[in-house]
Design a protein. Structure first.
Lengths: 114, 114
C-alpha cells in the first residue's frame, strides 16, 4: 500500500517565478493538507482540501493556491516566488476532516528560491 | 503567536534510560494532541496521540501525559534506543474550530547515545 507521495523531491526556482507541487494521498484517504516547514521550525499549516474545495486556510498570502482533483490528489501553486518561500513543503492526507483522525505525511518537496 | 511550544531544541540521553520531551500550549480550544517523529529526508511519522478527555496514553515504550490545567504534555520513551534519535514534534488540533488542522511546535532533536 503506497503511502503519501510527493513530486518533485527537490526544486530550484528563481525569485518571481511560479511553482507547482504535487501530492497523491494514501489509498483510502480523501483529505489533503499542505504544510510549509522552514529550516529549524515546525510545519506551518497552509490549507486543506476536502471534496475538491479549500476547507481551511492558514496565515499564508493569496500567492499560495491549491487544487484537489476527483481522485483526491492535490497541487500546491505558489506565484511570484520570494526568497522566504524556500522551505520543505509537506503534504498530509487523512480520512475526513475530523481532528482525531491521524494524518499521514509525505516525504516533502524541498523548494529553493534563488 | 506560537500556540504550541517545545522549549528544548535538543535532548541527549544514554541508551536504556528514559527520554522525556516536553510541550506547552496556550490555546484552550485544543482537544487532541499528537507526537510525530521525523528523520532527515523523510516526512513526519505519527507516533502517539491523546484526547483531552484523558491524561495518559501508552503504546509500548511510548507514553504521553497530558496536564490540561497546566496546558502541558510530555512524551516519555522507556527504554530509549539509538534508533529513537530523530526530531520529535508536538502537535495539536481543535476539532470544533479547525478540525484536523495541526499546529506544530518547533521540534526537539533527541539523540540517544549507545
Amino acid at each position: 500500500d503506497a503511502g503519501v507521495t510527493q513530486s518533485p523531491t527537490h526544486l530550484i526556482k528563481t525569485r518571481g517565478q511560479q511553482v507547482t507541487l504535487r501530492c497523491s494521498p494514501k489509498s483510502g484517504h480523501d483529505t489533503v493538507s499542505w504544510y510549509q516547514q522552514a529550516l529549524g521550525q515546525g510545519p506551518q499549516f497552509i490549507f486543506q482540501y476536502y471534496e475538491e474545495e479549500e476547507r481551511q486556510r492558514g496565515n499564508f498570502p493569496d500567492r499560495f493556491s491549491g487544487h484537489q482533483f476527483p481522485n483526491y490528489s492535490s497541487e500546491l501553486n505558489v506565484n511570484a516566488l520570494l526568497l522566504g518561500d524556500s522551505a520543505l513543503y509537506l503534504c498530509a492526507s487523512s480520512v475526513g476532516t475530523g481532528g482525531s483522525y491521524e494524518q499521514y505525511f509525505g516525504p516533502g518537496t524541498r523548494l529553493t528560491v534563488t | 503567536d506560537q500556540q504550541v511550544k517545545q522549549n528544548s531544541p535538543s535532548l541527549s540521553v544514554q541508551e536504556g534510560r528514559i527520554s522525556i520531551l516536553n510541550c506547552d500550549y496556550t490555546n484552550s480550544m485544543f482537544d487532541y494532541f499528537l507526537w510525530y517523529k521525523k528523520y532527515p529526508a523523510e516526512g513526519p511519522t505519527f507516533l502517539i496521540s491523546i484526547s483531552s478527555i484523558k491524561d495518559k496514553n501508552e503504546d509500548g515504550r511510548f507514553t504521553v501525559f497530558l496536564n490540561k490545567s497546566a496546558k502541558h504534555l510530555s512524551l516519555h520513551i522507556v527504554p530509549s534506543q539509538p534508533g529513537d534519535s530523530a526530531v520529535y514534534f508536538c502537535a495539536a488540533s481543535a476539532e470544533e474550530t479547525s478540525g484536523s488542522r495541526l499546529t506544530f511546535g518547533e521540534g526537539t532533536q533527541l539523540t540517544v547515545n549507545p
